[in-house]
Design a protein around this ligand. Structure first.
Ligand code: DAH
Length: 340
């Protein structure tokens, strides 16, 4: 027992990690360990001897177990200290700021416009981006081969299917399944073969439609003037005669240039005004096409969301919206310009 103890004591001093400790434990206390083997020899002894001898081996075994436990804690502590040293933190470094997500400026503009029209009593409806020729053109009083089709360079999928060139087909879809009166706006993506710094092949529009009895052009003027003045602030609004196949009469709406306040600048091509939307009284052919009786009438309008966002936030290149440049998007983040 003495020599076992001495051997253990000399070996334990060289143990440096858990693995070595495990091996040492097995060597003395394992199934074939030297202390375990001592117990096995006891069968040859008489009772009195067994008692004394057994007590001594147990003492040795307990001693070895205690030393091993101590060593275990020792190693654990060493590992921890090493980690603390290598992971030491320089508390004088500035913190890393979390990046906040933000609502995309186009979505934000759509939400603002939706809020204004909801407060005026309009619902919100949606239509598909892959559309039938019939809804995108024909039911809107734009027959096949009609020259008005040249106003919109279209992506066709086949002869009857296309990527919608405007949100106006939603007018037809809603009127076909809802009884009048109807009053809604419809935001969404539209597609055209057109691309430069103010045009993108994919962009967003918001359509509006109001159908009821005895609706006048003055109702159209009232609703759109109110909307534009809430969205852009207190600006002058001007209605100009125009042409759309699905409205008669039709108009384009200009607001006083928000950059130069009507004085004339590069943004408004020195006219003092900016064109912002198209509108008109819904053409009787459209009313007929959707199966409404002719006592119903109303007005419609359509606007480009990118144009609204560009004017409101002073952005001069439409591609900024779609390039996912974090520096640009961050400008619209909740914490933009705020130090946390
Ligand atoms: N759909 C037209 C376009 O994309 C915009 C438009 C003009 C919509 C007049 C209307 C409207 O509802 O009445 O150019």
């Amino acid at each position: 027992m003495e020599s076992i103890k001495k051997e253990f004591e000399s070996l334990i001093n060289n143990v440096e990690d858990y693995e070595q400790l495990k091996q040492l434990k097995a060597k003395f206390l394992g199934r074939n360990g030297s202390v375990t083997n001592l117990f096995k020899k006891m069968s040859a002894l008489n009772n009195q001897e067994k008692k004394e001898y057994g007590k001594k081996i147990n003492e040795l075994k307990n001693y070895i177990e205690d030393v091993i436990d101590e060593k275990y804690l020792d190693i654990k502590e060493k590992i921890r200290n090493k980690a603390l040293e290598s992971e030491s933190v320089d508390i004088t470094l500035p913190g890393r700021r979390k990046q906040f997500g933000a609502i995309h400026p186009i979505t934000k503009t759509i939400m603002e416009i939706e809020n204004i029209f909801s407060s005026l009593g309009f619902d919100v409806e949606y239509g598909p981006e892959i559309e039938q020729d019939m809804y995108n053109f024909e039911m809107l009083n734009i027959p096949k081969e009609h020259p008005a089709r040249d106003m919109q360079d279209t992506f066709y999928i086949d002869d009857n299917t296309l990527l919608r060139t405007h949100t106006s087909p939603t007018q037809v879809r809603v009127m076909k399944h809802k009884k009048p009166p109807v009053m809604f706006i419809s935001p969404g993506k539209v597609y055209r073969r057109d691309s430069d710094i103010t045009h993108s092949t994919m962009f967003h529009q918001i359509e509006g439609l109001l159908i009821d009895k005895n609706i006048h052009f003055s109702d159209l003027k009232g609703v759109l003037s109110e909307f534009l003045q809430i969205f852009f602030g207190d600006v002058a609004v001007r209605f100009r005669p125009s042409y759309f196949p699905f409205t008669e009469p039709s108009a384009e709406v200009d607001i006083e240039c928000i950059m130069c306040k009507g004085k004339g600048c590069r943004v408004c091509s020195h006219t003092g005004f900016l064109e912002v939307l198209g509108c008109g009284m819904v053409h009787p052919n459209v009313i007929k096409n959707v199966g409404y009786e002719d006592k119903w009438n109303g007005f419609a309008f359509g606007l480009g969301v990118e144009r609204f966002a560009m004017l409101k936030y002073g952005i001069d290149n439409i591609r900024m919206f779609f390039e996912n440049d974090m520096r640009f998007l961050d400008e619209f983040s909740y914490d933009a310009g705020r130090v946390l």
